[in-house]
Design a protein. Structure first.
Length: 270
């Protein structure tokens, strides 16, 4: 009781009071703010397991990170920087390219005005070693084709389903129709790997997740990773916070905070 902790839960965290199993709580490291703690677990566990457990990232390799300015994207960039001489390609709108360069992306690509696959090939004709795919649909096929021999594609989302504030049935149908499919025999001839990742279905893997969090806390304590907070919003501005993401304005994590109950505020004032 009284410990400062970070928590993992599949849903239901936009509340003032949350009940979670003790196995899904992790002590916050010294010096970490609550906002950083809220930005750490989901994004960094995802990025870490994709890059290292599935991707087997090693020195001198190359990685393509889609949505490089988002929560998982910024986490992945920082984690790539913990390995020697990794070349990072990152897709994001042009207004975010300077920030991405400063954070370690060698080749930012504006996916809105360019074919990112062509741009990658111009710089690295053979392609890349690892592609992080949160997009789905036809982009997964492009990702697979961009892999070098022994390359790995890790798909962890279907952002192409989301085109705005409302469901777009045409976009959903198109993404579903274009969804990538490959047989084991085809993989055998290609010398490539395809992996799927979803942290939400790791509930039973307590020891595995705990070991990853321990590594992340260690990296944080060494100053090698630091969650990038785009903006912090009170609960009553949740619509504006969502809009910030839907309009792709954020660089880093968008955080929601419950405002202190009025009684506590009064006590603080007294």
């Amino acid at each position: 009781v009284g410990d400062k902790v970070m928590v993992l839960a599949r849903s239901g965290l936009w509340q003032e009071v949350v009940n979670v199993p003790v196995s899904q709580t992790f002590p916050m490291p010294e010096g970490m703010s609550f906002e950083e703690a809220a930005a750490l677990l989901v994004n960094y566990i995802t990025a870490y397991m994709i890059l290292f457990d599935f991707g087997n990232l090693r020195p001198n390799q190359s990685v393509l990170i889609h949505m490089a300015a988002g929560g998982v994207g910024t986490a992945a960039i920082q984690l790539c920087k913990t390995v020697e001489n990794v070349t990072i390609f990152g897709t994001a709108s042009a207004s975010k390219h300077e920030v991405l360069k400063e954070s370690g992306v060698a080749h930012p690509i504006d996916y809105r005005t360019m074919d990112y696959a062509e741009e990658v090939r111009k710089i690295s004709p053979k392609g890349v070693d690892i592609v992080l795919d949160p997009l789905g649909g036809s982009d997964t096929s492009k990702a697979f084709n961009l892999l070098k021999p022994m390359g790995k594609l890790i798909t962890y989302g279907v952002a192409n389903l989301l085109t705005g504030q409302k469901k777009n049935l045409m976009a959903m149908a198109k993404t579903w129709w274009n969804q990538f499919s490959i047989t084991a025999l085809q993989l055998l001839h290609q010398n490539k790997a395809v992996c799927g990742y979803h942290l939400g279905y790791m509930d039973e893997e307590v020891e595995l997740v705990r070991s990853v969090v321990a590594k992340l806390v260690n990296l944080y304590s060494q100053g090698k990773i630091k969650p990038k907070i785009d903006s912090v919003w009170p609960f009553d501005q949740v619509a504006e916070a969502m809009k910030q993401m839907q309009e792709k304005k954020n660089v880093g994590k968008v955080i929601l905070v419950p405002e202190a109950p009025k009684e506590e505020s009064k006590k603080a004032e007294n």
